[in-house]
Design a protein around this ligand. Structure first.
Ligand SMILES: [Zn+2]
Length: 267
């Protein structure tokens, strides 16, 4: 916590205690790219001050997905190019007001911060892939399919093999399934495994490697498989949760959502 950790040549992560969040930074000759902006203008300004330690202007920002803790600091970086998936802006804007209420409910001490937030969606959008030239260094943005949300973006730094995967993978806590597509997620996680050759930085928790990505992909596949069984009544939700990858309590919700998707309730 509290320091930029270099995980490859001019590629850093910084851990924040709140939500055990992991923010990324990548430098090229022309400036700095930041991965995610945290959950309010105040937290974004804190990140901006921390990024100043890297002694380069922040020219690019990528939102790995629309969730508040990844995008509500965007306004602070309005002078940079804001990048995201094409489904990120509508998701960010349409959920903004209910999410404000929910976040204040979860973090009452953040009420003033939350009211200050001006939703600022990315204006540079990708469908499947895009690349950004940081100056003598290319960074790739990839949408590998639906998973944690329908607008997840993976940031690839090819010359050092580093990946920023947002909340498609989490290290140290069960992934959040609230806006997820549990039946699509395993294939998306497998696509991460297929391109993982170096450090894999999740949106929350410690930086991992290909083995970490493989284990997470396996856990996500188990959730999908159990959800399918529950959907066709080959297994009860109670039994499925007991066999779940995150422990009974934390597996129930994800399996329930997988079963709902398998029944065609959404997606
Ligand atoms: Zn998220």
């Amino acid at each position: 916590m509290g320091v930029w950790q270099e995980i490859g040549d001019r590629v850093w992560v910084r851990r924040y205690e709140m939500l055990d969040q992991t923010i990324g930074a990548v430098a090229g000759d022309d400036g700095l790219l930041i991965v995610d902006t945290r959950g309010s203008h105040r937290l974004g300004r804190e990140l901006q001050a921390d990024a100043a330690e890297l002694s380069r202007p922040v020219r690019w920002v990528v939102n790995t997905h629309f969730h508040w803790d990844h995008s509500w600091g965007n306004a602070v970086f309005a002078n940079a190019e804001l990048w995201g998936h094409e489904r990120c802006p509508p998701a960010l804007l349409s959920t903004f007001e209910p999410e404000q209420e929910r976040v204040i409910g979860d973090f009452p001490e953040m009420a003033d911060d939350v009211h200050e937030v001006v939703p600022t969606p990315p204006r540079h959008l990708l469908t499947d892939a895009a690349s950004i030239d940081l100056g003598e260094r290319l960074v790739e943005l990839r949408h590998l399919g639906r998973g944690h949300t329908d607008n997840d973006v993976v940031v690839v730094v090819p010359d050092v093999g580093a990946l920023f995967v947002g909340d498609l993978l989490e290290n140290g806590a069960p992934p959040y399934f609230g806006d997820s597509f549990p039946l699509d997620w395993p294939a998306t996680a497998d696509a991460i495994v297929a391109i993982a050759s170096g450090p894999v930085a999740p949106g929350h928790g410690d930086v991992g490697d290909r083995g970490f990505a493989e284990r997470q992909a396996g856990a996500l596949r188990l959730v999908a498989d159990l959800g399918r069984l529950v959907a066709v009544r080959d297994m009860t939700l109670v039994d499925a949760a007991r066999s779940g990858p995150f422990g009974e309590e934390a597996s129930r919700g994800p399996i329930e959502r997988a079963a709902a998707q398998a029944r065609g309730d959404f997606g």
